[in-house]
Design a protein around this ligand. Structure first.
Ligand SMILES: [Zn+2]
Length: 330
């Protein structure tokens, strides 16, 4: 518990400094006592935040890379390959052909088909400008001949990664680890991947090799919208329930993208110009333990721990056996 005081101080200061909704400090203490690894529950960003970053940096398309540099960073170094001198040599004078997303990664495709793969993991940001601090800046691409003059990768905790890959390496380094993207997966694909699993559906939805892009926050929101108990074993879900999960996955993720993702009480996630997302104002269950359920108006939202991660759900709206209709369809 020795780390608790500075972390709490930081959370409160961070929330005040960026003007976010007031963090629930009482709730935070309670959570911390139950689960000292609470920080793992804030594994952001997820698909909507990374997609927002991707859309935000689209002005770099068509720009030419003049140089790549790693600014001096006194913090924990990120995984960065190859070394910056080789990285710079390989990307210099290349034109940026596209910016795509795979799961929770932003990928900058160059005209010679090399790709810069940026994985924000917990606290990474892909930015055009205005990094939250200069201490945690990990990569700067200096650009010319287009709408943007730089691309930045920033990471406070240093768990993110930046990799420059040849086209031939994408299949093994990126694609082999990822299932179908959560925005394009079909109900049949979802069932094929997970339908025989004995894992709880909430835990299984976080498996990036099955479906790419869903994390702890959106898994809870998706299952609430689908009216499915997060503890239900995958092999006990019915065909209609898989269809509901798929439909609600699309609905929740697209809704979150429209709101530019969720900036939680720790204030870390920012869009490409260092602004906040607003989907945190629309969460139905995530981090709302003890609040009255917005759907039934009867039960309090429950918090349980599954695989060391918090799960939030309504014990009335999300009962097993799927007798409750989904919110999405009615
Ligand atoms: Zn309810």
């Amino acid at each position: 518990m020795a780390f608790a005081a500075p972390r709490i101080l930081w959370v409160v200061q961070g929330a005040i400094s960026v003007g976010l909704r007031k963090p629930s400090v009482g709730h935070f203490f309670r959570d911390l006592a139950r689960n000292p690894n609470r920080s793992n529950n804030h594994l952001m960003p997820e698909l909507p935040e990374v997609e927002t970053m991707r859309r935000g940096v689209l002005p770099i398309i068509g720009c030419r890379i003049r140089s790549a540099e790693r600014p001096p960073c006194p913090r924990r170094p990120i995984v960065f390959t190859p070394r910056i001198d080789a990285f710079d040599r390989r990307v210099r004078d290349q034109r940026i052909a596209d910016v795509i997303r795979r799961g929770k990664r932003v990928m900058v495709v160059l005209e010679d088909e090399q790709t810069i793969v940026m994985e924000p993991r917990m606290t990474g940001l892909v930015l055009l400008s205005d990094p939250p601090t200069t201490d945690h800046l990990r990569l700067r691409l200096n650009l010319s001949d287009g709408l943007a003059h730089q691309l930045l990768f920033w990471d406070r905790r240093g768990l993110g990664t930046v990799r420059l890959l040849k086209k031939s390496e994408i299949a093994t380094v990126v694609d082999a680890k990822l299932g179908v993207d959560a925005l394009s997966i079909t109900a049949d694909q979802l069932r094929d991947k997970l339908g025989k699993s004995r894992r709880a559906i909430k835990v299984a939805l976080l498996d990036q090799s099955a479906v790419a892009g869903i994390g702890n926050l959106y898994a809870a929101e998706i299952l609430f919208l689908a009216g499915i108990d997060p503890r239900t074993r995958c092999d006990q879900l019915t065909g209609p329930q898989w269809k509901r999960i798929q439909a609600c996955t699309s609905e929740v993720l697209l809704e979150a993208i429209r709101h530019e993702g969720s900036t939680l009480s720790d204030g870390t996630y920012r869009n490409a110009i260092n602004g906040e997302g607003s989907y945190q104002n629309y969460h139905r269950v995530y981090d709302r333990a003890d609040s009255t359920c917005s759907r039934c108006g009867l039960a309090a939202i429950s918090r349980i721990v599954q695989s060391q991660r918090s799960t939030f759900f309504c014990p009335v709206c999300q009962q097993k056996r799927g007798q409750h209709k989904s919110l999405a369809n009615g």
